[in-house]
Design a protein around this ligand. Structure first.
Ligand code: TMP
Length: 208
């Protein structure tokens, strides 16, 4: 595969979307053939599945249903957009990827990790990110950012704090297991401070 896949991960309110956008603009300015995608979404069918997943009206969704919908949105995005872009030598930035399912549905909801590993592998046809940036924030930062945010909460954001603690710990566990692929960056500081670290990490990686 010619292209490069960089993914961003982190719990809600970590600021990873802001950082992914900054990276996209930076790399475009530097002349890279970059595209920015998000999960769930990034493609027509996947965006429709996103609506189902995040609609706060869809209460009582079974954890397995939830997992399978995330995997379905992912399979569609990978086959229709990510793989073709990588084949064309593009640099793909994805705001969330399969590690989100491990962290949220595995460590958060308690579904079997091995099963999720398997479904992840199937839905991405064995593809692996070249670099994964985990923007990590402590739970007290998460709580205070959530309190300050006036936007209507989506279905996942309505989860309790303990859920997010499990998801955060899960992410750190995954990052420890895959030290080579992951770079963990503290997301609790100012946007520009975090950006400095993201930029340095990616510059270093691309020089590699
Ligand atoms: P976003 O807010 O970063 O766009 O992500 C949407 C929500 O979906 C967020 O709360 C995390 C959640 N999510 C999962 O639970 N599992 C997944 O596999 C993915 C991709 C996202």
């Amino acid at each position: 595969m010619e292209g490069i896949l960089i993914t961003f991960e982190g719990i809600d309110y970590s600021g990873k979307t802001t950082q992914a956008k900054k990276l996209f603009n930076y790399l475009k300015r530097k002349g890279h053939k970059a595209i920015l995608l998000r999960e769930p979404g990034g493609e027509k069918v996947s965006e429709n599945v996103r609506q189902v997943l995040l609609s706060s009206g869809n209460t009582g969704m079974d954890p397995l249903t939830e997992l399978l919908l995330y995997e379905a949105a992912r399979a569609q995005l990978v086959s229709k957009v990510i793989l073709p872009a990588l084949r064309q030598g593009k640099l793909v930035i994805c705001d969330r990827f399969y590690d989100s399912s491990l962290a949220y549905q595995g460590y958060g909801r308690g579904l079997d990790i091995k099963m999720i590993d398997y479904l992840n592998e199937v839905s991405v046809s064995g593809l692996k990110p070249d670099l994964t940036i985990l923007i990590d924030i402590p739970i007290d930062v998460f709580s205070s950012r959530m309190r300050q945010n006036n936007k209507k909460k989506d279905r996942i954001e309505k989860e309790k704090i303990d859920f997010y603690k499990r998801v955060r710990d899960g992410y750190l566990k995954i990052a420890r297991k895959e030290k080579k692929r992951f770079k963990v960056i503290d997301g609790s500081g100012e946007i520009e401070v975090v950006w400095d670290e993201v930029k340095n990490t990616v510059d270093y990686f691309l020089r590699g």
